[in-house]
Ligand binder design. Sequence first.
Ligand code: URA
Length: 430
Amino acid sequence: MRIPDLIQKKRDGGQHTEAELRTLILDYVNGQVPDYQVAAWLMAVFFKGMTAEETTYLTLAMAESGDMLDLSSLSHTVDKHSTGGVGDKTSLVLTPMLAALGLTVAKMSGRGLAHTGGTIDKLESIPGWSPVLADEPFLKQAREIGLALVGQSKNLAPADGLLYALRDVTATVDCLPLIASSIMSKKLAAGAKTIVLDVKVGSGAFMKTLEDGRKLAEAMVNIGKLSGRNVRAVLTDMETPLGFMTGNTLEVLEAISTLKGEGPEDLRELCLALAKETLLAEGFSEEEADRRPREVLKDGSALAKLRAFVASQGGDPRYIDDPSLFHVAPETVEVKAGQSGFIAHIEALKIGQALLVLGGGRETKGEAIDHSVGIELLHKIGDAVEAGQPIARIYHNQKGKDAAFTLVQEALRIDAAKPAEMPLILGHIS
Ligand code: URA
């Protein structure tokens, strides 16, 4: 099989076989196919697309290019993936809920990059908590508590790392089959039988329109079906940040209060929707999938799972019992309403960028971050505000405070008319 023939086949609109895609990907990872040939092939894919079968074969080849986690000793393994957003602390609430529902979450999570946050950074706000666990303790904890969460220590889907870097410099990132295979290859390699995807749509997300979000969700659900996993997706709004808090420690605080049955309505709604989708995928009835997630929030069992999980990974559980122990940046500055009216828009991207300039996020991999800084929104879209009233609070340690102030000010728009209500959940794909 000659690589120029494969490039030509795709260039001319042909369809690859499983063997062709496997050869291309595995030989590329082994260093036998140079970047320039793969770059030409990526551009051909960009213009000619891929069928559902091709996308699945590509995904499987990428998943199998490195370690495949073996979770077969665990029962009811479930995983959740968000395509990334601002203030998205859903995993911190949802994963203990799923454990309390009797499912097993043995999950690898990422760190934040650019304006989107990462679960590992958020959890590292809890003193002592470590994202590092060897294989045996990882499986044991997942079996006993139902929840173990580690950083990306394994060599999962190395083909994706190589392809992503090449896509980045060849203008082939925004190509649906390539995005779908990139996300799903890592999820398949991570081993869970059931995968629930939160596909974010809007200015703070990777997919800017509902139509694009739906196509991506359909492609990923399809890959899951064709590769023998239970995959469902929920399309959710990411025009505005989720909840009130953005920033690592602040988000942990908001997650704890949501697990106590308090917390912001939108975060609670999303966690209930994702838990329901997971239970439906696991074969529960519609009635149970609706009822049981509410129960584990109400009876404290989800919060108890978070406490046990934190303690088991070295974290100090007193912080879960008494969140006032958390260190939040002591200096604050408030953004005030420039006019009376209604909060009409809160631009997620700008809030994410404000966190970045405060030092709470990273521009490049490996940078240290300040967990204590962040932005607290004091209002949601549709709230009436008076001129001069505080509408957001910035917690800072001096770094970037002026730039963050400008960004938060720009992110918040006030109109004279009350805006139409926007739903959070935009669709379901199964
Ligand atoms: N996230 C990924 O993991 N891969 C992409 O290609 C896009 C978003």
